[in-house]
Ligand binder design. Structure first.
Ligand SMILES: [Zn+2]
Length: 171
């Protein structure tokens, strides 16, 4: 089954792939995090998925894939409460050694509550989720807690001209 999903570009394979993926085409993630309040179960619902909402264009911060979410959404009269987990993969540059490394930025305590306008079908939490991920980015990214930095590369030049300068200073 899995093999049939992966190989071949026939219409059947594409259909099977589409069905395997819960009815969404691969590589076509939603661009918004929408909560379908019109159809929300009264006791609340767990919502899971992936949405492409962090479109940063920074030199040292490259998101890849989408934001994966697992959220509980519940309506209390006209108030929607959504809380749970978000995570996004990033390609970052280490602040000590300048090397690129991959990391997953996680938000474990995402929580939003808002008033739902009458007759609204969806509540859009794209901005809230995007900002939570961006705020969770490390200020000084490290490829490793023990990253030694650039020190090995910056060695004292074994060059006669420099020792001549040392001599001048001593005098
Ligand atoms: Zn490093």
């Amino acid at each position: 089954m899995k093999g049939r999903c992966a190989d071949g570009d026939s219409d059947l394979a594409a259909l099977v792939r589409w069905l395997c993926n819960g009815g969404k085409m691969e590589a076509e993630l939603e661009k918004k995090l929408l909560i379908d309040v019109a159809r929300l179960e009264s006791e609340g619902e767990i919502l899971e998925g992936e949405v492409d909402i962090v479109d940063l264009d920074e030199e040292f911060v490259h998101p890849f894939g989408g934001v994966r979410y697992r959220l509980k959404a519940q309506l209390f009269n006209t108030e929607l409460v959504v809380q749970g987990h978000l995570e996004q993969d990033f390609d970052l540059v280490c602040s000590r050694c300048d090397r690129e490394f991959d990391t997953t930025v996680k938000v474990d305590d995402f929580c939003v509550s808002c008033e739902v306008p009458p007759a609204a079908e969806f509540v859009d939490l794209t901005t809230e989720a995007r900002e939570s991920i961006i705020l969770a980015l490390p200020t000084y990214p490290l490829c490793d807690e023990d990253c030694p930095g650039l020190q090995q590369k910056v060695e004292k030049p074994a060059d006669g001209r420099w020792s001549a300068l040392d001599g001048l200073k001593v005098e």
